[in-house]
Design a protein around this ligand. Structure first.
Ligand code: PLP
Length: 324
């Protein structure tokens, strides 16, 4: 493989670092889901991961590899939610100071949880201000190391451990489907899946309102879009990363989209049938499998359920909406 930011050995090393620290999350199956799809679906439940999402894997793997000097100075991260909590918690575990730049309209539970993990929160307006500029200024003025949410080799390798672990738990897969925002999760998982099962097809799923990744792969360049309006707040990214895009281009077999209504239907399925609280973004991959947008019939399928952080009031409101 030529010049990709990470290789499988990076994912293996990340998995070793996370051993005994990250939860070995369960892989659940559902006879109903299998019956509805004609597939054998294996749901990797990262909604049960520490801080409620797979992002702990990448955040911890990144902070673990900082120099002692960098750890002494602290880190800064910008995030619409789960990356913030991942960095706050990981930093706390290493005794490192964490400054988190978050949008003012981030879900209240995510802001509160980030503070609860000891993160120092700086709020900004995501429609008028540039989070990257704010973070860079903080990094420069206070000597902090910036840890981006997806476009970072150590983050990507950490996220890939979710797929490695899933395949170790479930056995070989014909298809792996993951949610897709900036591509940290999908790139890491694609590297792991293709190394472990070269014939495994790998798909990413993004919100219909913001199909920049689908367009980027079609056009062969990183397409930038305005912040998409979708309930999948963890995938409201404006573009893929310079490190994630080449990995997706080389290893990913396709990107599909699902609508907010389909995400709500999937949240309802998880709650009613599998007794799980899954946040809208966490439903992307499962919704693609259940609606047949990725062809899963007759196949052994891995589905990354990426997170479960959703305000309970919002969860109730979304589930209470009229059925699609
Ligand atoms: C961040 C996030 C994603 C998207 O991950 P990327 O690495 O940005 O593609 C998906 N689901 C949840 C729950 C997330 O927090």
């Amino acid at each position: 493989m030529t010049n990709l930011a990470i290789s499988f050995s990076d994912v293996v090393a990340a998995h070793r670092r996370l051993s005994g620290v990250a939860h070995h999350t369960p892989v659940l199956t559902s006879a109903t889901a299998d019956e509805m799809t004609g597939a054998r679906l294996h749901f990797k439940c990262e909604n049960f991961q520490r801080m409620g999402a797979f992002k702990f894997r990448g955040g911890y793997n990144a902070i673990a590899q900082l120099t002692p000097q960098q750890q002494a100075a602290g880190v800064v991260a910008f995030s619409s939610g789960n990356h913030a909590q991942a960095i706050a918690l990981s930093a706390k575990l290493f005794g490192v100071r964490a400054v988190i730049v978050m949008p003012k309209d981030a879900p209240a539970a995510k802001v509160a949880a980030t503070r609860g993990y000891g993160g120092e929160v700086v709020l900004y307006d995501r429609y008028t201000e540039d989070r990257q500029e704010i973070s860079q200024a903080l990094a420069r003025d206070q000597g902090l190391t910036m840890i981006p949410p997806y476009d970072h080799a150590h983050v990507m390798a950490g996220q890939g451990t979710a797929a490695k672990e899933l395949i170790e738990q479930a056995g070989p897969l014909d298809v792996l489907i993951t949610p897709l925002g900036g591509g940290g999760l999908l790139s890491g998982c694609a590297v792991a899946a293709k190394a472990m099962n070269p014939n495994c097809k790998v798909y990413g799923v993004e919100p219909e309102a913001g199909n920049d990744a689908q367009r980027s792969l079609r056009e062969g360049r990183i397409v930038h879009i305005d912040t998409p309006s979708t309930i999948a707040d963890g995938a409201q990214t404006q573009h893929l990363g310079e490190l994630t895009f080449p990995v997706l281009r080389e290893l990913v077999d396709g990107v599909v989209t699902v609508s907010d209504a389909e995400l709500i239907e999937q949240m309802r399925f998880f709650a009613a049938r599998m007794k799980m609280v899954v946040e809208p973004t966490g439903c992307l991959a499962a919704a693609a499998a259940m609606t047949g947008k990725v062809d899963v019939r007759g196949k052994r399928v891995g589905v990354i359920v990426s997170g479960g952080n959703v305000d309970l009031a919002r969860f109730a409101t979304l589930l209470g909406q009229q059925q699609a």
